[in-house]
Design a binder for this molecule. Sequence first.
Ligand SMILES: C[C@@](CO)(OP(=O)(O)O)[C@H](O)COP(=O)(O)OP(=O)(O)OC[C@H]1O[C@@H](n2ccc(N)nc2=O)[C@H](O)[C@@H]1O
Ligand SMILES: Nc1ncnc2c1ncn2[C@@H]1O[C@H](COP(=O)(O)OP(=O)(O)O)[C@@H](O)[C@H]1O
Length: 271
Amino acid sequence: MISFPNAKINLGLNIVGKRADGYHNLETIFYPIPLEDILEIEVLDHTEKPFELSISGIPIEGNLANNLVVKAYLLLKEKYNLPPIHIYLHKNIPSGAGLGGGSSDAAFMLKLLNDTFELNLTTTELEEHAAKLGADCAFFIQNKPTFAEGIGNIFSSIELNLSGYQIFLIKPDVFISTAMAFSNIKPHQPELNLKEIIQKPIAQWHKWMANDFEESIFKEIPELGKIKEELYQAGAIYASMSGAGSSIYGIFKDNCTLIPNSNEGKYLLNL
Ligand SMILES: C[C@@](CO)(OP(=O)(O)O)[C@H](O)COP(=O)(O)OP(=O)(O)OC[C@H]1O[C@@H](n2ccc(N)nc2=O)[C@H](O)[C@@H]1O
Ligand SMILES: Nc1ncnc2c1ncn2[C@@H]1O[C@H](COP(=O)(O)OP(=O)(O)O)[C@@H](O)[C@H]1O
C-alpha cells in the first residue's frame, strides 16, 4: 500500500510564553501544502528482521533506525503484533525546513498501518499515537487547516481555504537549530489573535501576522530576510518563514512568474 505524506507551512507563529520545563507556548496555524514524500509498505514473508527500510530522494541526516517512520511502525507493532514489513520512503520534502516532513511521514505511516492491517483505530486514537512521536505530528492525521497552541500540540480546526492561490517555496541551504531559535526569543502576546487575522483579506495579513522567529534569525542570516523581500517584490501577497526555518514562502494570486527548480530548493505549488 502506498501513501503521499505532505508538508505544511506555518501561517503566523507567535511565541507567547516560556514554561517551567523550558519549552515555549506558541500559537500558529498549520496549513497543508501539496509537496509530498512517497511512502510504501510491503509485508515481508520470510525474514527474521522486524523491518527493512529503503530511503531515496533528498538525504536525511541522522541514524536510519531513528527515522520517524520506523518509530511509528515500532509504536504500533508493540501493541498490535504487526508482521515484518519493508518500508520504502522517497523524500521530496526537504528536512530541517520548518515543513514538518518527518512528522508527516510518521503520521502517514500510522494511517497506512491502520488501513493495511485493519486495526480499526479511530482518528482520536491515531492522533494520540502520533502525539507521542512529535508535537506537530498529530496535525497530519486529519491534515486540514488547524490552529495550534500549547507547545504546538493542542489543536482546533479552522475555516480557511486557499484553493486557487499559488505558493512559491524556497529552502535555502542553511541550517537553523530550533533550540537556538527559541533561546533568542522574548515571548509576548500578539496584538490580534491569528484566528481573527485569517478572517481578513490576505493582502492585509502582512500588517498583522508575523513569525516571531524571523527577527532574530534574519539578523543572524540576512540572506533569509532578503529572500522574503524578493518574494514580495515578485508579487507575493503574503510572505513568511515557515516554522523555525529555514524555508521561506510567498503566497501568490495564481500569477507567480518565479521559476521553480527542485534541485535548488525552489518549488511552485498550486494550493
Ligand atoms: C516551532 C515549530 C512550529 O511549527 O517549528 P518547526 O519544527 O515546524 O520548524 C515546532 O513547534 C518545533 O517543534 P519541533 O521541531 O518538534 O521541536 P523539538 O525538536 O521538539 O524541539 C527542539 C528544541 O526547541 C525548543 N522548543 C521546542 C518546542 C517548543 N514549543 N518550545 C521550545 O522551547 C526546546 O529547547 C527543544 O529542545
Ligand atoms: N522521515 C523523516 N523525514 C525527515 N526527517 C526525519 C525523518 N525521520 C527523522 N527525521 C529527523 O527529523 C529532523 C527534522 O525533520 P523535519 O520534520 O523534516 O523538519 P522540520 O522539523 O524542520 O519540519 C531531521 O533533521 C531528521 O534527522
